[in-house]
Design a protein around this ligand. Sequence first.
Ligand SMILES: Nc1ncnc2c1ncn2[C@@H]1O[C@H](COP(=O)(O)OP(=O)(O)OP(=O)(O)O)[C@@H](O)[C@H]1O
Length: 286
Amino acid sequence: MTVTEPAPSAPSTGRPVLEASGVTMRFGGLLAVNDVNLTVREGEIVGLIGPNGAGKTTFFNCLTGLYKPTSGQVRFEGTPLPPKPRAVVKAGMARTFQNIRLFANMTALENVMVGRYCRTSAGALTSVLHGPKYRREEAATRARAQELLEFVGLGRSTEHLARNMPYGDQRRLEIARALATDPKLILLDEPTAGMNPQETKQASDLIFKIRDSGLSVVVIEHDMRFIFNLCDRVLCLVRGETLIEGLPGEVQSDPRVIEAYIGTGEDDDEDESSDGRPQDGPEEGR
Ligand SMILES: Nc1ncnc2c1ncn2[C@@H]1O[C@H](COP(=O)(O)OP(=O)(O)OP(=O)(O)O)[C@@H](O)[C@H]1O
């Protein structure tokens, strides 16, 4: 796992935005996440890595209110977060999903406008009557959505239907929609999955730009080069538990991390594909 470019410098010790303590999630007899702690500070980019089934997405789901953790607590800017997705978004936390979840038959602009509605105040009646308040808010929502599309590099695709957009653009559109909720923290679940190297580079540039605009970022990825070049800190989960949390260089060189991904060699017959590559290994620089 070698990295050619240096990792960005670690941010100053900003205020904690997100504090997860002792988060545990059990599905019947399966302990998917076990006593995981994570603090994300203002302006930080934190990476979450681990082999398939390590509990990364389950942990994200606990942070964003999709799952009520079996035990543990999630605090956002010092206040406990109720395990409800809407409350989490209102508090200032947005996310994207491993599998793209856009409104396929809506335009890029409409998709981003949908994300914006959690911050508008026009009630149902005002919306139906299309009164002046509704029209003012609608115009502001449209303008902000346009601005966000430009921010993510999709300024020329506003009227394209989401389903007709290239894969990398759809991922960027999802990020724009998440940004439309005015988050302080954004969680990205495998933002470069299926991307070619050029799209991956653009994704990393966009995440730096998001951080530079004042947000904190947590990102799940299997692409190790991407993670170690991007993040200020990295948390590695294995079988639902924290294996190590530290600076990218520390995590990258920890033999337990390498072992967790590629195994000790004892199970080679089971773990390797026919061409000898580990099936569940880190996808470096894909
Ligand atoms: N809703 C659920 N019900 C039961 N088991 C689940 C559920 N969601 C996840 N799991 C199990 O919890 C464990 C952790 O899964 P999770 O998807 O969080 O891992 P991951 O690290 O995100 O994996 P990947 O990198 O493959 O996306 C796995 O064993 C998975 O099968």
